[in-house]
Ligand binder design. Sequence first.
Ligand SMILES: [Zn+2]
Length: 63
Amino acid sequence: MITAKFTSACSKCGCTNKKGSSIYYWPSDRKAYCEKCGEVPYSQFRSAAADEDMMNGNGPCAY
Ligand SMILES: [Zn+2]
């Protein structure tokens, strides 16, 4: 979860993520989700990333 540096549209519902608001952003696919839409995939992403970290032996900050 990051603070939006620019105004963008949620990749899921299309609502506006205003600059300065809290959004979920995936650098890997350059998608931004609003707070509401980001919660579910974010928790999935975290568990998936944790699994990959276990497999690869990388820390949580290694992307
Ligand atoms: Zn949304």
